[in-house]
Write a protein that binds this ligand. Structure first.
Ligand code: NAX
Ligand code: K
Length: 496
């Protein structure tokens, strides 16, 4: 599914005009959809409706909605939070308000009306909003959030930033958000996603062929993106043709990370898995992953040989922070695509290692804590704007960056990004990330393009998580269950 940024939406709007649909028709469509959606969701009005209107075109949608609600028999008031409309379009919608719609300004009467509302329609800001809410909006949105009324948002909940998914304090908490024409990044990315409630996409008159032709830099990953990763196996396949993956993972005290990454990679069809490890963890790993071969470290030559023989390498899961020289050697001489996770990333953050100078394709897979270390920010700052953080990480490393967490964002250095819709809180357990790194490594070793490998693995990983939750419960499921659940997913794929 495409995600339209503010400027992408504006150019689509212009194309619509060029194709003969007026902006007025679009606004009329938007306002009508809003009113219809409210009635559709909550039934005939059981009390007054208050439409909170800003000065821009989102407010214009609100005036149209107020007229529609009044025509449907609702007692309706519009509350002009910032004075009269400041666009010609919104002014035209305002001029068409029927006399039965009360026009209110901030003050005691407006507050009383809001407190008695059955329905609040939020038309303060749409995709034009940036930064922080002003004092008046904050006060009224906070009041609206505290009331036992229904809340519907036009296009976006006011206070949510369209392109970044950032929210201002007291952003409207909608039960239902009507996204005009198409979804926006904020509908799919946290924290804004949490404020949207149910999201319905409603056309407002732009010809569908223009919408489906339009290019967007953002999208939501879907099962259609797995086809390239899960091609049917060649009838003449042999272990050498199914990808040879090298894993530089696991250490004394953290061998499990390597086991989980290794099992996940094997479940994703890797033909040969070679694990680089210290001598003292070898017996444990060899017992846990009998399919793997091992490069037991007793000198750099063995490592170089194994790197040269591989098609891809996973570096970092459970390596700890005592393996600096090993990490440096891998980063310094790896001739194949690399997945850099966990302690590989911590090494880069600690030493300032320039990931963009790596001469091979690479994917970085930080969780918010690792992302914060790499970018020199706090975790709260990363989480407040996950899309921009992922894009910044992709630029920093000059390769795909996968920012883990709810609605994982995989970004490219050129500004394109994909948001992952699968997964659940049952996956928030140590080890889930190791499974994901192993999966990405497996697809890279089989020749997948790095961005596609990362976003496809994130989708499959979340899908396995959702199926584990349904089967085992979110609380009780374990990262090790994810790998076995992959079997069921692949069985479905192979059947189709
Ligand atoms: N593109 C489309 O397909 C359509 C868009 N329409 C509506 O138009 C909306 C966009 O309208 P506008 O571009 O007029 O913008 P908005 O109505 O979202 O915002 C209004 C104004 O608020 C100002 N503003 C931004 N951040 C602010 C802040 N932090 N504090 C105070 N003021 C701030 C902006 O300068 C902007 O002019 C959409 O979200 C949608 O609701 C619809 O009318 C119909 C079709
Ligand atoms: K809104």
């Amino acid at each position: 599914m495409k995600l339209f940024s503010k400027t992408e939406m504006q150019s689509l709007e212009s194309e619509g005009v060029y194709a003969g649909v007026s902006l007025w028709e679009m606004m009329a469509g938007a306002g009508a959809q809003l009113a219809r959606a409210a009635i559709d969701k909550w039934g005939q009005p059981k009390g007054p409706a208050v439409v909170l209107c800003g000065k821009g075109n989102n407010g214009g949608d609100g005036f149209v909605c107020a007229r529609e609600l009044a025509e449907l028999g609702a007692e309706c008031a519009v509350l002009l939070l910032h004075g009269g409309p400041n666009t010609d379009l919104a002014a035209a919608a305002f001029a068409r308000l029927p006399p039965s719609v009360k026009v209110l300004s901030p003050g005691a009467e407006a507050e009383a009306a809001l407190m008695g509302a059955w329905l609040v329609v939020d038309c303060v800001f749409g995709f034009g909003f940036r930064g922080e809410l002003d004092r008046i909006s904050t006060g009224y949105l906070r009041l609206a959030n505290s009331l036992p009324c229904h809340r519907i948002a036009a296009d976006l909940p006011s206070g949510a930033e369209c392109d970044t998914g950032r929210v201002s304090p007291d952003t409207l908490r909608a039960e239902l958000t009507i996204a005009f024409t198409g979804a926006k990044p904020a509908h799919e990315s946290y924290p804004a996603k949490e404020y949207c409630g149910e999201v319905r996409i409603c056309p407002v008159g732009i010809p569908p062929e223009l919408v489906s032709k339009a290019g967007t830099s953002g999208e939501v990953t879907g099962s259609e993106h797995l086809r390239a990763l899960l091609r049917p196996l060649d009838i003449q396949a042999h272990k050498g043709s199914q990808g040879r993956l090298l894993m530089v993972c696991g250490s004394w005290g953290m061998a499990g990370a390597c086991v989980m990454a290794a099992r996940a990679a094997l479940r994703c069809g890797v033909g040969l898995l070679d694990i680089v490890c210290e001598e003292r963890v070898y017996p444990l790993l060899a017992g846990a992953v009998p399919e793997a071969v091992f490069t037991v470290l007793d000198g750099p030559d063995r490592l170089f040989g194994s790197l040269k023989a591989a098609n891809a390498c996973v570096l970092g899961c459970g390596l700890g922070n005592g393996q600096e020289s090993l990490i440096r050697q891998v980063l310094g001489c790896c001739p194949v695509p690399l997945v850099i996770d966990a302690d590989g990333l911590n090494f880069c953050a600690r030493t300032g290692f320039d990931l963009s100078a790596l001469p091979v394709p690479h994917v970085i897979t930080p969780h918010p804590g690792e992302a914060a270390r790499l970018l020199g920010r706090s975790v709260a700052e990363i989480q407040a704007g996950r899309i921009p953080a992922a894009l910044e990480l992709a630029k920093l490393s000059d390769g795909p960056a996968l920012l883990k967490g709810a609605a994982t964002v995989t970004a490219r250095p050129d500004g394109r990004f994909a948001i992952n819709p699968t997964g659940n809180p049952g996956m928030a357990k140590g080890g889930s990330g190791d499974v994901l790194a192993g999966m990405i490594g497996a697809f890279l070793s089989q020749g997948a393009e790095p961005f596609e490998a990362a976003r496809g693995a994130a989708y499959l990983h979340g899908l396995a998580g959702d199926r584990c939750r349904d089967r085992l419960s979110a609380r009780g499921m374990l990262p090790t269950d994810l790998s076995s659940e992959l079997l069921e997913i692949f069985k479905d794929f192979e059947r189709d």
